[in-house]
Structure formats: C-alpha cells, structure tokens
Write a protein that binds this ligand. Structure first.
Ligand SMILES: C[S@@+](CC[C@H](N)C(=O)[O-])C[C@H]1O[C@@H](n2cnc3c(N)ncnc32)[C@H](O)[C@@H]1O
Length: 178
C-alpha cells in the first residue's frame, strides 16, 4: 500500500484495483487460445494472479513492472514456470520481446497511468503496443478517466469500452484491436 502513496506519479492510484475490475479485464481473454499474454504494470498482482489461475499449461505470461518494490515482492510471491517477471519499463517491452523471439502478443494488459506520459511518449508507446498485438491480438487498458478515448480510437480500428464503479477510483476499460 505504501508504494501506492509514495509513487503516486508512476503508480497512478492510492489503492490496488478491486477483484471486480480484475474480473472485468480478465473476462476479455480467451484462455483456450492465448499462448502469450503480457502485462505491464502488475503492481501488487491483482490481475496477474487471476490470469495465472486461468492460464493454460503451455502458455507464457510476461510482466513488466517499473517499481522495484512491487517487482521484488511479486518475484517472491509468484513462482510459476509459465511466468516471467521483468523489472523494467513498458517502453522497453517491444525490444525485450523481439530479442527473445516473441513477435506477436495474444493479449497485452496494461494498467500503467498513460496520462503521466508526456508529449509524444504516449503515442510512441501505443504504437509499440499496436505493433505487438498484430492482426489477431488484443490490447486491454484501464484508466481512471476517458481522457485518452479519442487517441485509442485514432490508433486502433476497434475499441470496446467498459466501466466499473466498483473500484477506487472508478475505472474505464478499453479493449482495443487492430
Ligand atoms: C495504477 S497501478 C496498477 C497496479 C495493478 N495492476 C492494479 O491494478 O492494482 C500502475 C502500475 O504500473 C506501474 N508502472 C508505471 N509506469 C510503468 C512503466 N512505464 N512500465 C511498467 N510499469 C509501470 C506502476 O509501478 C504500478 O505498479
């Protein structure tokens, strides 16, 4: 919880997401076909644990967490051969995946606070996410506002929006495809 207060700028919220928000995110994943799932900004792992529960045996799940404290805690808490945790920024995700031979991601789940990305950085980041999901993948992002709604519509050809009031703050969910 302390990290949620300390790092408000990069963490984006004072509280971890609720199980209700986690369910609303995870319901968009087809676990029978998902071979590679990537999460950016797992924090305390609310979505991560739910995904791992449903992940198929031969799938790979890679998570990028910038905050060292969250990373260290998750590294100890989650031991699973399908799960790879990286202490790094979503900005380096594409390079990491390409270097490791992962060219397309089935599901990219992001809870990083995009509003905190300055200037062109947000567009560059969304470009990399768009490339990574290719023709078949899905990008799922949640936000505490609909500030980036227009940008999502500009960058992705299909954008489905969902909402839950049962989160602090209430959250908008964007499910995007190319
Ligand atoms: C709003 S919190 C969400 C945490 C968790 N997914 C949840 O829903 O409770 C945002 C998370 O994104 C992480 N984060 C922020 N910027 C990041 C970046 N550039 N790359 C990777 N993680 C980042 C923060 O450290 C934090 O864990």
């Amino acid at each position: 919880m302390y990290q949620f207060f300390k790092g408000a700028q990069t963490v984006g919220s004072f509280f971890p997401s609720t199980p209700i928000l986690a369910s609303k995110i995870v319901k968009h994943i087809d676990f029978s076909s998902a071979k590679l799932i990537v999460e950016v900004g797992p924090g305390t792992g609310v979505f991560t644990r739910k995904i791992l529960k449903k992940l198929s045996k031969n799938a790979v799940f890679i998570a990028f967490e910038l905050n060292e404290k969250f990373y260290n805690k998750l590294k100890i808490d989650i031991i699973d051969p399908r799960f790879v945790l990286i202490n790094g920024s979503a900005e380096d995700l594409q390079t990491y995946l390409v270097q490791n031979g992962y060219l397309e991601v089935d599901y990219l789940i992001s809870s990083i606070p995009l509003s905190n990305f300055k200037g062109k950085k947000i567009v560059t980041l969304l470009h990399s996410f768009r490339d990574l999901i290719g023709e078949k993948g899905t990008f799922i992002q949640f936000q505490y506002s609909f500030n980036q709604k227009r940008l999502f519509h500009k960058m992705f050809s299909k954008v489905l929006m969902d909402f839950t009031q049962f989160n602090i703050p209430p959250a908008f969910i964007y499910v995007c495809k190319n």
